[in-house]
Design a protein around this ligand. Structure first.
Ligand code: HXC
Length: 257
């Protein structure tokens, strides 16, 4: 039987999703992306999961889209919704996604990490957009998300040279949240994920949506969205519980309602 392309584990309220094509450095072929989107959507629906870690294994988070699969592609395979539908499904996951990156995060691998909400890296991590070396450009958000994340000059440098940056550079440039020794990567990602997973899920969901809108909308529209989301949360039991617990000086028990 073929090995699964995605491995799934659970640690309490945290879902751990591991890309599993180590022999090709977790190259992202269409079957893997479909399985990944399926697994993430399933976790998104599971009310016993509050936060999701996405990680790789061995030498790579992911070394990009699968070049052998892509080499003979026809232009219109990539235009419209067909090819990128599974990427869109990943992007639409409502629960927080933490990318735990060790080794290569290149091309689509870096783009996948940037689809996540928080990136934690091992010292071994290398982030890059080497598509220019293949005669193309990033296609799954690299020119847009990287530029929003590190600014125009640094995005230009990475995308036009194809040279990867180290974890320390990525931290310094604001692409990632923190760098840890390799053996600390999973414990660190897990403890952050557990902390988030304990929080009131509806507030977490609205916070993620609002923050993502800061990159997509004008300030006026973003503030309007924030105000609506803030107001909506006053319809939840968790808001009453959170505020009553503060007043009564006890720990809140959130229910996700
Ligand atoms: C298919 C890949 C691959 C990839 C590695 N492999 N990356 N196969 N697609 N993206 C395979 C190799 O062919 C090789 O298979 C095996 O994985 C191990 O890789 P090596 O090259 O032998 O390892 P190493 O010498 O350590 O070099 C590591 C590396 C190099 C620097 C990461 O593999 C590399 O440059 N990979 C390509 C990175 C890249 O260009 N990514 C962008 C892709 S385009 P065999 O069978 O020989 O053992 C892209 C566009 C996204 O991502 C936009 C749309 C989604």
């Amino acid at each position: 039987m073929d090995e699964p392309l995605i491995l799934v584990e659970r640690e309490g309220r945290v879902g751990i999703v591991r890309l599993n094509r180590p022999r090709v450095l977790n190259a992202l072929n269409t079957s893997l992306m479909k399985e990944l989107a399926d697994v993430l959507e399933e976790m998104d629906r599971d009310e016993n999961i509050g936060c999701i870690i996405l990680t790789g294994q061995g030498k790579a988070f992911a070394a990009g889209a699968d070049i052998s699969e892509m080499a003979d592609a026809a232009p219109f395979q990539f235009v419209g919704n067909a090819y990128f539908a599974d990427w869109q499904r990943v992007r639409r996951v409502e629960k927080p996604l933490i990318a735990a990156v060790a080794g290569y995060a290149l091309g689509g691998g870096n783009e996948l990490a940037m689809c996540c909400d928080i990136i934690i890296a091992a010292e071994t991590a290398r982030f890059g957009q080497p598509e220019i070396l293949l005669g193309v450009i990033p296609g799954a958000g690299g020119t847009q998300r990287l530029t929003r994340s590190v600014g125009k000059g640094k995005a230009m440098e990475m995308i036009l040279t194809g040279d990867p940056i180290t974890a320390e550079e990525a931290l310094d440039w604001g692409l990632i949240n923190r760098v840890v020794p390799p053996e600390q990567l999973e414990p660190e990602a897990l403890s952050l994920a557990q902390k988030i997973a304990e929080k009131p899920p509806l507030a977490v969901k609205m916070a993620k949506q609002a923050i993502l809108r800061a990159q997509e909308m004008s300030l006026e529209q973003g503030l309007h969205f924030e105000q609506l989301a803030f107001g909506m949360l006053f319809s939840t039991e968790d808001q009453r519980e959170g505020m009553n617990a503060f007043i009564e000086k006890r720990k809140a028990q959130f229910k996700g309602k």
